[in-house]
Structure formats: C-alpha cells, structure tokens
Design a protein around this ligand. Structure first.
Ligand SMILES: Nc1ncnc2c1ncn2[C@@H]1O[C@H](COP(=O)(O)OP(=O)(O)OP(=O)(O)O)[C@@H](O)[C@H]1O
Length: 275
C-alpha cells in the first residue's frame, strides 16, 4: 500500500505472545447483544501487537470496534473469542491494572475539583498519603505546563488546558501503557497540534507504550510508530503499517505521501469514513 521508504506494510501478527509486547491481541472476536435478541458482530479475528515502548495507532471508521479493543485491553470488556495479553498476562488472569492509564474522548474532569484535585484523584485508590498525592499531582501538572493553574477549576480552563489536566491525571500513576481514545478530537486544529507535540515529548521522556485510537489518518501518521488499520464493522485488521519517519512529521512531504497512501488504501473501504 505504501510507496515511501519510511513505511513498511506488514501482515497481522500470529506469533506467540511475547513479554516484549505491552499488549497482544490474538484472534479477538466480540459480539454485543441487541434488544431484539440478535447480536452485532463488532470484531472478527483481530490479531496485532503493541511492542513495549512504541506508539501504536488503531485507525478505523466509526463502529469498527476501536474503543471496544481499548476497553478489552483495560479489562472493562472480555473477548468472546481469542485472547488479550497485557504485559504478557492474560486479561482473564492476573494483571496489575495500575500499570495502565486511560484517556477518553471527553476529559471527564470533575467540575467541583480543581485541576490539582482532578489529577490527585487518580492516586486516591492506592495507599499513597494525601501530602504525597498532592506533591505528585503538582509535579505532573508542571510537566504538562500547568503549574500556575493547579487551583483553577475546569470551567476556568480552555479546552486545551482541560486536555492537559486529563493527560496529567492519566500519567500521574506512571503507567507502562497509556490507552488513548480519540483524546484530542474535540480540540481545535492548532491546540490539537500542540497536544501532539506534548504527547510525543512525554513519550520520549518515559518508558511507556501508547495505544492511540483515531479515525484521522493524519493524526495516526503524525504520532504512530505503527498503524493498525481496521476494516468497517466487523472490525478486522485491514492493514498494518510501520512508520519510521523522524519527528516532527506534520507537513513534511514524506508524511503527506504516507497520508495519501493510507487514504488511497481506505478509499472504498467505508463510505462513512471521513478522510
Ligand atoms: N456495550 C455495548 N453494547 C452494545 N453495543 C455496543 C457496546 N459497545 C459498543 N457497541 C457497538 O459496537 C460497535 C463498535 O463500537 P466501538 O465504540 O468500539 O467503535 P469505534 O470504532 O470506537 O467507533 P467510534 O469511532 O464511533 O467511536 C458500535 O456499533 C457500537 O454501537
């Protein structure tokens, strides 16, 4: 599918699970029951890996099961067929869920809590004392550039700032794997670009794997080391592409060529996929 020297299309991985993989999906299938008694097949025979330390983008049209895959990785849903492994462990067995962070499409900030209070919230389930929670939350807010807004409430923050608070909240537990479900889709283009830079900077600073769900081809190319493209429902792995272009990629001819290649690959795949 690809004409550039910086992208390598590969086939779905069927190799045995490996501990070097942050996540491994093996022949995953999922159906949801419907009110009329029938069921909706959402995912079929999906296999791919998220190598440790990588940024993997799951790209697919609406309804192709992208969020369902993330929810399986987070242990919120179980596959009907196949297996999902987190850091080498079956999600049906013993997984240390504190090693995962999740950032959603909406920021889900509590309006009655300050930025600091929202970030510290992520630590409240553990045994960390309140002073240490505060220290870590302050540190995390500073790392996303919001040291001066710790006391501000969500309604006092811009969309981009709220997004940074949500990012800090998902990072304050120092996860090994960060699951991101279209986290910047509600931001304006400029703020979105800023958040892409921020995310890549944070990724460079930490030994962390990121799974980034999007239906935006350009966003996938800007961020990902590896792109898993799903077909329309039931989602199957339509293609995988490894991206080795240096960062920053936005606007570079090589990135534009890869975006064009991927758009060509999905043309005709789905009429409701806005590319
Ligand atoms: N808990 C559920 N019960 C019933 N159906 C569900 C459930 N969760 C998801 N679905 C359905 O499964 C399909 C896939 O949903 P999912 O959210 O995983 O897709 P997606 O690719 O993330 O879509 P989008 O890009 O629109 O967010 C959709 O048709 C959705 O309505």
């Amino acid at each position: 599918m690809d004409a550039t020297p910086h992208a390598t299309p590969t086939t779905s991985s069927h190799a045995p699970p490996d501990h070097r993989h942050a996540l491994a999906f093996r022949h995953v299938g999922k159906r949801f029951g419907r009110a009329d008694g029938t069921s909706l097949e959402v995912l079929r025979d999906v296999s791919f890996d998220v190598p440790a330390g990588s940024v993997v983008s799951i790209l697919g049209p609406s309804g192709s099961g992208k969020s369902t895959l993330l929810n399986m990785a987070a242990g919120l849903l179980t596959p009907d067929e196949g297996r999902v492994l987190v850091l080498g462990h079956e999600t049906s067995g013993t997984v240390d869920w504190s090693r995962l962070g999740y950032m959603f499409q909406d920021d889900r900030l509590l309006p009655w809590r300050s930025a600091l209070g929202n970030v510290a919230l992520a630590l409240e389930a553990g045994s960390i004392g309140s002073r240490e929670r505060r220290r870590r939350a302050e540190h995390e807010l500073a790392r996303v550039g919001l040291a001066d807004f710790a006391g501000a409430y969500p309604h006092q923050l811009s969309g981009g700032m709220r997004s940074r608070v949500a990012l800090a909240r998902s990072l304050v537990t120092e996860p090994d794997i960060l699951l991101m479900d279209e986290p910047f889709s509600r931001l304006d283009a400029q703020t979105r670009t800023t958040m892409h830079h921020e995310l890549l900077r944070i990724h460079r600073e930490r030994a962390m794997s990121i799974v980034f769900v999007t239906h935006d081809v350009e966003e996938a190319v800007i961020l990902a080391d590896h792109i898993v493209m799903l077909s329309p429902r039931p989602g199957r792995v339509h293609a995988e592409t490894t991206v080795t272009l240096p960062h920053p990629r936005l606007g570079t001819p090589q990135a534009q060529a890869l975006v064009a290649d991927l758009r060509a690959a999905i043309a005709g795949l789905s009429s409701d996929w806005v590319i």
